[in-house]
Design a protein around this ligand. Structure first.
Ligand SMILES: Cc1cc2nc3c(=O)[nH]c(=O)nc-3n(C[C@H](O)[C@H](O)[C@H](O)COP(=O)(O)OP(=O)(O)OC[C@H]3O[C@@H](n4cnc5c(N)ncnc54)[C@H](O)[C@@H]3O)c2cc1C
Length: 460
């Protein structure tokens, strides 16, 4: 089979399928181990890897998990509690809720080296230009791809070309059907800078171990541990917040980041920057499927990773979704010989593994954008969906109640669905609604003061 796209999803799929006995050709146009990756600029944004990914990696490739740890990746358990929670005893059912920290470019380099050694995987550095399909069939059957290096024929083509995948257009052009159903803009941009703690100093203490996040009511700030002594800070801004775009400049970035709750980690006594400011825009929530009205819209082609589903990066779900899709695809291929059955079985897994969190992401994004835009521009906010209000209350409950905390962490790590977490936390949620408690976070820097600080910082 041919896997197109050799980033997180493609590499994990190639590894999973090769270890299940398939002969895999992996086609990627970029050098994923270089500092230049035009095909995946998010490789230079903050990343961490949720428990669902950790489970899949352990099952598929424990040796690669070890290689990541050897490279300095760090594992954080579910025992980093908010200060208002008094029950801090370990619970066996949370023992497997482990998040992995590693910069994404380092993570990809480890996977790439593992694949280069993997029997059953052939690596081709080339760009795929289109599909090869069999004549006159309905739905069309994909029999390979055309690349810059010539044609590659395959019994199955796996599209792992990410958020800018062109496969949906190619399928439609070939007479097939695609359900591009849901698409909702995230409406924000990411600005990220990486740091390293000085030799001999301990890593920064982050609220959830692997990281921490703060919503300032008009922007957000995130800190993530990386491998070894590295960590990152990301600022998330509304995508039309022109004056704050000055954070692209490193001095302005630091000035603004220091005024956020995660800014305490930026301290020249403790750490130094090891990168410039990386920017990523054009973010959407999107779900694209190749089964339409219960029938495969194309045969011989499946998608994995961001080609199927993208959610707001602030949830950190993409690589975990991708790993789960690879495992589901492997299982569908083991169960069925007919490609139509493979397509249906695999597609059905998205309803279980992806859809509940996609729906959650869209609802939360609408609510967050509404709040931010009301604060920034005085725009009237659309009433948040019921789910978003429930989630806000569960979040508050999770700050003081252990059951709600574990439930929310399980959903955030893609181990239980958001609806299951709401059901588990129902009692704590009702208590919050009854007494109206909100976590007493320190008040954020007001927007005007932040803007003033940004404008006062030197722009080089
Ligand atoms: C700011 C930001 C932060 C994020 N943080 C997290 C996080 O913390 N945790 C997490 O799990 N996820 C996170 N994500 C999401 C994660 O980055 C993606 O889900 C993940 O990169 C998807 O991997 P992919 O392999 O599907 O696509 P990509 O990584 O986009 O890779 C697609 C690959 O396909 C190649 N390609 C494309 N077209 C062709 C072609 N025609 N021929 C050959 N090759 C081609 C490209 O060169 C590229 O290497 C974040 C995303 C962003 C934007």
């Amino acid at each position: 089979m041919v896997v197109v796209g050799g980033s997180a999803a493609g590499m994990f799929a190639a590894l999973t399928l090769a270890r299940a006995g398939h002969k895999v050709t992996l086609v990627e146009r970029d050098d994923v181990q270089s500092e230049q990756r035009p095909g995946a600029p998010q490789a230079f944004q903050s990343h961490s890897y949720l428990a669902r990914f950790v489970h899949n990696l352990r099952d598929v490739a424990p040796d690669v998990q070890q290689q990541l740890m050897d490279e300095g990746a760090k594992a954080y358990g579910a025992d980093y509690f908010p200060p208002w929670i008094s029950d801090r005893q370990p619970r066996p059912e949370m023992a497997d809720c482990v998040t992995l920290s590693c910069r994404r470019n380092v993570f990809d380099a480890v996977l790439a080296r593992a694949l280069a050694r993997e029997p059953g995987v052939t690596l081709v550095r080339s760009s795929v230009r289109g599909l090869l399909t069999s004549d006159d069939a309905a739905p069309p059957t994909v029999v390979g791809v055309g690349t810059d290096a010539g044609e590659l024929r395959a019994d199955l083509v796996v599209d792992a070309t990410g958020r800018r995948s062109r496969f949906a257009q190619w399928v439609t052009a070939a007479g097939g059907l695609v359900d591009e159903g849901a698409q909702a803009p995230c409406g924000n941009m990411y600005y990220t800078r990486f740091y390293a703690v000085h030799d001999g100093l301990p890593e920064p203490m982050m609220q959830r171990g692997f990281g921490e996040a703060a919503d300032l009511g008009y922007m957000a700030a995130v800190a993530f541990q990386g491998e070894g002594a590295t960590f990152s800070i990301s600022l998330q801004l509304e995508d039309d917040d022109e004056p704050m775009r000055a954070v692209r400049d490193a001095d302005v970035f630091e000035t603004v980041a220091r005024r956020t709750p995660v800014g305490r980690h930026i301290d020249p006594e403790l750490s130094s920057p090891i990168s410039g400011v990386h920017v990523m825009a054009g973010l959407v929530n999107r779900l694209c499927r190749l089964v339409v009205d219960g029938k495969p819209g194309v045969l011989g082609l499946v998608q994995v990773g961001d080609s199927v589903c993208i959610t707001n990066p602030s949830f950190g779900r993409g690589v975990s979704f991708a790993s789960g899709m690879a495992v589901r695809l492997r299982d569908a291929l083991q169960t069925h010989s007919d490609m139509g059955d493979v397509a249906l079985d695999y597609d059905a897994s998205h309803d279980v593994d992806v859809l509940p969190w996609f729906t959650n992401a869209v609802a939360l994004d609408v609510a967050t954008r509404g709040r931010w835009r009301a604060a920034l521009y005085g725009e009237p906010a659309e009433a948040p969906a019921r789910h978003a209000l429930d989630w806000r209350d569960l979040f508050n409950a999770a700050m003081r109640d252990r059951v709600a905390f574990d439930a929310m962490l399980g959903a955030a790590n893609l181990l239980v669905t958001p609806e299951q977490a709401l059901a588990t936390g129902a009692e704590a949620l009702a208590a919050i609604r009854a007494d109206g408690w909100v976590p007493p976070f320190p008040p954020p820097t007001p927007r005007e003061a932040m803007l003033e600080a940004a404008q006062g910082a030197s722009v080089s």
